[in-house]
Ligand binder design. Structure first.
Ligand SMILES: *Cc1c(COP(=O)(O)O)cnc(C)c1O
Length: 387
């Protein structure tokens, strides 16, 4: 059976080879420790689970939900934005519920990109931005994120003819995979670049609450004029350890929110209402659970950074996210190094090249492994690579 060109043209899955090697190691009896995937290991806080259990029993929630989401959930999102960022949103027109933010991130390209258009995507970056654009038949133009610029893109380096053909600008801060953060001034710069070239800014912001040492991440929607040019994607997944629940949202420009909602109404039928009620419990309930999660991540982050430094691998202390982005030691490529570490220590790292050409020269460590396992991983790394 011949698959459609758009599927045949999907980029090769870069982690296939390492996944095969992991399986080989496991078959040899190696106790492999994965520091690869960014999927929280901590459980969803009990009051959120309880809300789901209660709502699951209500037959009113057993029917098709609205594809744009319960108004009560969108209101909870609006209230959360006001409290957290001082941004006021109209829950009816400026918020749409998503089946996890990845769903909306993939679908927004179908709303705005025609063949021949460009999407400007961060490199390295979350692969879904570029894949959505490619599936919609558009071209991707990578914006290099360089360490010397704090992993922020340089808008002035985008050729004017590319910017004129571009429709969407993707941003993601706090950033996966680099752990970098952006200031409100940077978002203002993005607004003005978007205005000059009539771009829609899509800011992907699932890590605004995963921050350390007193750092408070801004929302793109706090920048003056942001709502005229863009939307922000957000998610319950990382803040409340809810990756399996599939609940997120997009908020901001009413026209973009409406267009995404109308596309969705043709493709899906929304999120199980009981899950949305659980989301309300998360956003409007006590936030001590988030502080606890952050303590755990911060302890692991410090363990990783100290461990790296004691191995002689230079690394900065990230202010946010569940990732540490580390330069690959000389003379390896990121793929060679990931394979070597797996072979010698039974530890899985993510090779930077998996996030784009500019990710080469780095590897990513995720903080979502139980602390004891993380300590064991560093014990092994020291044994194999210590000096
Ligand atoms: C985890 C993550 C998401 C999305 O998560 P959902 O579970 O789909 O809400 C989106 N963007 C980035 C960069 C992520 O790391």
């Amino acid at each position: 059976m011949n698959v459609a060109d758009r599927v045949a043209a999907l980029p090769p899955y870069l982690f296939a080879r390492i996944e095969q090697k992991i399986e080989e190691c496991q078959n040899r009896g190696v106790d492999v420790i994965s520091l690869g995937i960014g999927d929280p290991d901590l459980p969803t806080p009990p009051h959120i689970v309880q809300a789901l259990q209660d709502q699951a029993e209500n037959p009113a929630n057993h029917r098709y939900p609205s594809s744009v989401g319960l108004l009560a959930f969108r209101q909870a999102v609006a209230d959360w934005y006001r409290n957290r960022f001082g941004v006021s949103l109209d829950p009816r027109s400026e918020v749409v519920t998503l089946i996890g933010s990845k769903e909306g991130i993939g679908h927004i390209s179908f709303c705005y990109l025609n063949p021949g258009d460009y999407a400007l995507i961060p490199d390295p970056g979350y692969p879904v931005y570029g894949i959505g654009a490619a599936l919609a038949g558009a071209e991707n133009y990578p914006l290099p994120l360089k360490a010397e610029r704090g992993f922020l893109p340089d808008f002035s380096a985008v050729p004017a003819e590319v910017a004129r053909r571009a429709k969407i600008l993707w941003l993601n801060y706090p950033n996966n995979p680099t752990g970098a953060v952006a200031s409100l001034d940077f978002f203002r710069e993005a607004v003005s670049f978007a205005r000059n070239f009539d771009l829609i800014v899509c800011h992907d912001a699932p890590y605004t609450e995963i921050t350390f040492g007193g750092y408070v991440a801004p929302s793109f929607l706090q920048a003056e004029g942001a709502r005229e040019v863009g939307i922000e994607f957000h998610s319950l997944s990382k803040t409340y350890n809810m990756t399996g629940w599939r609940l997120g949202w997009a908020a901001g420009n009413a026209e973009v929110v409406k267009t995404l909602g109308s596309l969705k109404s043709n493709l899906d039928s929304g999120v199980f209402q009981a899950v949305q009620y659980a989301g309300i419990a998360a956003l409007s309930g006590p936030q001590g659970c988030v502080r606890h999660t952050l303590q755990v991540y911060q302890e692991r982050r410090d363990m990783v950074v100290q461990g790296m430094r004691s191995l002689g691998w230079q690394v900065d202390l990230p202010k946010a996210t569940i990732y540490v982005w580390v330069p690959v030691p000389h003379p390896y490529t990121s793929t060679e190094f990931a394979e070597l570490v797996l072979e010698k220590a039974g530890v899985v790292l993510t090779q930077g090249i998996g996030y784009g050409a500019c990710g080469e020269g780095f590897f990513r460590i995720s903080l979502t492994t139980p602390t004891k396992r993380l300590a064991e991983a560093f014990r092994r790394l020291k044994e194999s690579f210590g000096r």
